[in-house]
Design a protein around this ligand. Sequence first.
Ligand SMILES: O=c1ccn([C@@H]2O[C@H](COP(=O)(O)OP(=O)(O)O[C@H]3O[C@H](CO)[C@@H](O)[C@H](O)[C@H]3O)[C@@H](O)[C@H]2O)c(=O)[nH]1
Ligand SMILES: O=C(O)[C@H](O)COP(=O)(O)O
Length: 636
Amino acid sequence: MSHTVKHASKQRIERTVHPVLVPLIHNQTPDEWLLRIALAIAKNRRTYVRVIGIVPVENPEALSEATPKVQIARQNLQSLAETYLGEPIQFDLHVRVSHEPWRIIQEIVIAHDISVVVLRWLPGHSNDVYGAHMDELLGLIPCDVIAFSGPPPQEVKNILVPIRGSKESALLIETALALTEALNSRITLLFAEESQSEERDEAIWQEIERSTRGHRLVTRRLRVIGDVVSAVRQIAGEYDLIMVGVAEQRAGSGARRVGAIARGITEAVNTPIILVKTEYRPAHFEEVRTRYDELELPPSPTSVIVDRWFAENTFSSDEFSDIAHLVDLKREQGLTISLGLPALNEEETIGNVITTVRDALMREYPLLDEIVLIDSGSTDYTVEIARDLGIPVYLHSDILPQYGTYRGKGEGLWKSLYVLKGDIIAWIDTDIVNIHPRFVYGIVGPLLLREDIHYVKGFYRRPLRVGEKMQAGGGGRVTELVARPLINLFYPELSGIIQPLSGEYAGRRRVLEQLPFYTGYGVETGLLLSLVEQYGLSSIAQVDLRQRVHHNQPLPALSKMAFAIIQVFIEHLEERNQVRLLSDINRSMKLIQYEGGRYFLEELYISDIRRPPMATLPEYRKAFGLNTTPDEGDEA
Ligand SMILES: O=c1ccn([C@@H]2O[C@H](COP(=O)(O)OP(=O)(O)O[C@H]3O[C@H](CO)[C@@H](O)[C@H](O)[C@H]3O)[C@@H](O)[C@H]2O)c(=O)[nH]1
Ligand SMILES: O=C(O)[C@H](O)COP(=O)(O)O
């Protein structure tokens, strides 16, 4: 799958031709140079360049600690993408973290049928940015490799290409010609032979002459007696760039190594060097590929999966503050975005929520295509305020009345899928006191940036109001005392989600319509559990919305919320383990009340009903143009 933000090229690209991969290692590479080399090859081969970002993490540091670096790397990649508009380059904005970046490169080479990888080589250095030394790396990457070493050249007029007729020669000549064409430079071919008498050498020289004869970019052909490293050392000063084949040697257990000539040249001169290694393609090449394909890596422990997810899928809302850019992304992808506002008696805050979001994200920038209030039966002025502001209002009991109606926020959200029109649906709570447009653009941003993300949750620091005082970080009582402990116990893959109960989230309609919705406060929990079960952790992302201040409910109300959330966990566990744990008796809760110096018990019936996925309703399928009989996959 591609996670493309800018597939900028208007040029025709032969999709069947294997792309060129540039893995940019955070803070390590002269990016522009690698891209120039890759582009020259890609254009020559009528294919495109795929750029990925990798943040290497040193063992034993946890991958999650790289989260801020990933955010910076993602921004760098986006800025780079801007400068390559119109070029055949695909920037993959899923920046990876790894203790062993070579594994990521290997996986992508296989998954995207990459033909050439262009990367950075730091010879003599502990080349651990890839988690493997160059010698190992060449054997681990199952395709051609072009490695750039030395300082990036300022200007390239003359390129020196020592050539020996090894199996690297074809790629070497191809790369040299492509680059020379792109840089408007000239090539000198250098052929060094040990002694003049070798018949084989004569044949190679003839072949070099024949294959490059008449080529306007090859302006000199030098034939010298002696060892090539000394020959290169003598004339290197006249050249801006040297290109050499690594002429791998097979060593011991079949490992590949950078050959002595390539190594000798890199050690002998300070000139920038490009090393070229041709994939070892014996007759049984396909077999080699299959071996890589079947590579069985030990499964990562859940804590590593969570750590990686946390680093790769945690965003900052600041990454999306350029709203004009988000609008561009939305248009490029032909998407529409709806904002649903669930409300029950929010007259104090609803007006400010609507105007703040509408002014910034509809009037100033057309990010949102509609804002709709979904009311749960407010008895205050919530509905009037929204109507006065010109916002469409639906009473949730009036939507799909043939399916009956339940109380609760989740019921409102489920039914809102039927009235909202967008491809992306965002919901935010309407009791937010410190509302800011980032509460919306933050949750929408990752969906516009990465196709592989289907659902984005907001998170924030949560102060708690105690009397007139605000206690920093004391909020989220149900989150911390119920939801997160249960997640860690039973759904540890979700344990990196900072605010599982947050009311600010956005998802793709085609995914949301496949999920069951709980009718009350269990809705957020139910959506997360279903998402991870049906679409996997990697479909979820989270975004930092900084701080959220809302109306804190009293403890008894939170007790009921906690009860509903625990029910959702149990129902999912029942299904997962094929056991029955809940009966009707478990649906009531005795709340302890204390009034006038006495205690008494209040019995409450609390049960979130599970609504089926919207896509199973014929009315919905008709309204949204889905085929009339639900597919098997549409069932809950
Ligand atoms: O029947 C209802 C009840 C509430 N709401 C609205 O839903 C939002 C959140 O309700 P609130 O009572 O403020 O919930 P919190 O105490 O803030 O609970 C947190 O945890 C809940 C359980 O996960 C989430 O539903 C909330 O969004 C999240 O803010 C507000 O805009 C309400 O007006 C409705 O639309 N219908
Ligand atoms: O998310 C939660 O835990 C509940 O909404 C309670 O939040 P509060 O403790 O900030 O009021």
